[in-house]
Design a protein around this ligand. Structure first.
Ligand code: SF4
Ligand code: SF4
Length: 421
């Protein structure tokens, strides 16, 4: 695609990056086939190709309007278009640049601005989010149906974190909302890794990965969360932790890109690049320990205590929802399914598994109608194979899908933990 970027952006790092990305797009439109919003709305401007065109217009100095903002807001940032694109267009990076500029030019209504400010103030801060969530749970019977769906019982209880006892150590990100919504995910991860000869440790000073704030277009504030995590983790890195383990693929996508987002910060660039190098989704860690896992699974075959296993002699049927952040962001495909299959679960077929469930960070709150349509389609697809449980790999998808199905939705590491118990 030919470009002629405007003076205000041309020579900046963002301008140079956007120009490079725009030039790789050949306008073929293959990406429209897998774009969830184009499938729902049928409008070219709600497709990746249309949005790329809108961003090009903005960067070339043309008028930025509320319509431009609307079509960029409707994008889920699911990055299915990146997986489909034959030219390797890095749409995710381009839309970050485009949205940031549009936000500076198009004011939001007071209600919309308040909503975004409230999300930025509450979600990344467990000290505010946890009591509000607990108050919401207490008042759940009185809440409207839409809100009730969002305030569920915590998905997994914390039943204990093993004492660090191994020479091999890895760090884990606790994140912001996950410890409240599903407090049992990271302890289960610690128990599984403990069985594999790795001690999982966390640093209480680390917090939100920065994604909530960054994707609400406060990108510099989002970078501050990244810097705070780097500061918290650095002593552990110097002490030799093998990896920074992430159990929410949405957070993992951003932590893998810390190096990119802080590349122009002289104080943090090198450290951020090192953290990105060390960042591993938990599925990558387990895959690397496959042989040890098989040994442990072999030795535990005669002592199955998982309620899923005791329910029937047949293999428990699991529908796995692969989050967009896992399959399109981190580009990890088939790994979790292979781990679950080797642990004795039967994976059901999930049609259109490349499509987003509609959670997409704060999308389910800011674009409720589109989000609910995607959720309905996703739940139908997940339930179509008659599973007994749904598994996923990201806290946002877990709580969103749980709001649309009577089946239990779990993080897959909890299934593996139950299997090893
Ligand atoms: S983003 Fe990729 S698939 Fe979409 S129009 Fe451009 S080159 Fe084609
Ligand atoms: S990120 Fe997802 S919703 Fe946005 S343009 Fe790409 S495929 Fe469509």
């Amino acid at each position: 695609m030919k470009t002629n970027l405007a003076e205000f952006i041309k020579s900046t790092p963002e301008g140079k990056e956007a120009d490079k990305i725009l030039r790789t797009c050949v306008h073929c439109g293959f990406c429209t086939a897998t774009c969830p919003t184009y499938q729902l709305l049928g409008d070219e401007l709600d497709s990746p190709r249309g949005r790329i065109y809108l961003i090009k217009e903005v960067l070339e100095g043309n008028q930025v309007t509320a319509k431009t903002q609307l079509h960029l807001d409707r994008c889920l940032t699911c990055r299915a278009c990146e997986t489909t694109c034959p030219s390797g267009v890095e749409y995710g990076k381009l839309v970050d640049i485009g949205r940031h500029i549009v936000e500076q030019h198009v004011p939001r209504s007071p209600v919309a601005a308040f909503k975004r400010a409230a999300l930025r103030a509450v979600l990344p801060r467990p000290a505010i989010f946890r009591p509000l969530f607990k108050a919401g749970q207490a008042m759940r019977p009185l809440l409207p149906a839409a809100l009730k769906k969002k305030i569920q019982k915590p998905a997994e209880q914390d039943i204990g974190w093993p004492e660090p006892r191994h020479a091999r150590k890895m760090l884990v990100l606790d994140g912001c909302v996950q410890p409240t919504l599903a407090p049992g995910i990271n302890p289960a991860t610690a128990r599984v890794l403990d069985r594999l000869g790795i001690s999982l440790v966390k640093d209480e000073l680390a917090g939100c990965c920065g994604a909530v704030t960054f994707h609400l277009n406060r990108q510099e504030d989002g970078r501050d969360y990244m810097r705070a995590n780097i500061d918290a983790w650095w002593p552990h890195v110097e002490a030799g932790v093998e990896a920074v383990v992430i159990t929410a693929s949405g957070c993992g996508t951003l932590v893998k890109e810390y190096g990119h987002h802080l590349a122009h910060d002289p104080q943090y660039a090198d450290k951020a690049a090192r953290i990105s190098e060390l960042c591993r989704d938990i599925s990558e860690v387990i895959l690397a320990e496959k042989e040890r896992l098989e040994e442990v699974l072999g030795s535990s075959l005669s002592s199955l205590t998982s309620p899923l296993f005791s329910a029937s002699a047949a293999k428990p049927r699991v529908a796995f929802h692969s989050p967009c952040s896992l399959q399109h962001g981190l580009k990890i495909r088939g790994t979790v399914e292979a781990i679950l299959a080797s642990a004795g679960f039967e994976l059901t077929y999930v049609p259109d598994s490349h499509l987003c469930c509609g959670s997409a960070g704060t999308y389910s709150i800011l674009q409720p109608e589109l989000s609910q349509r995607l959720l309905k389609n996703k739940v139908e697809a997940l339930e179509s194979g008659a599973p007994v449980v749904v598994a996923t790999a990201n806290i946002g998808c877990l709580t969103h899908i749980q709001g649309g199905t009577a089946l239990q939705v779990k993080h897959w590491i909890n299934l593996l933990d139950e299997r090893l118990t």
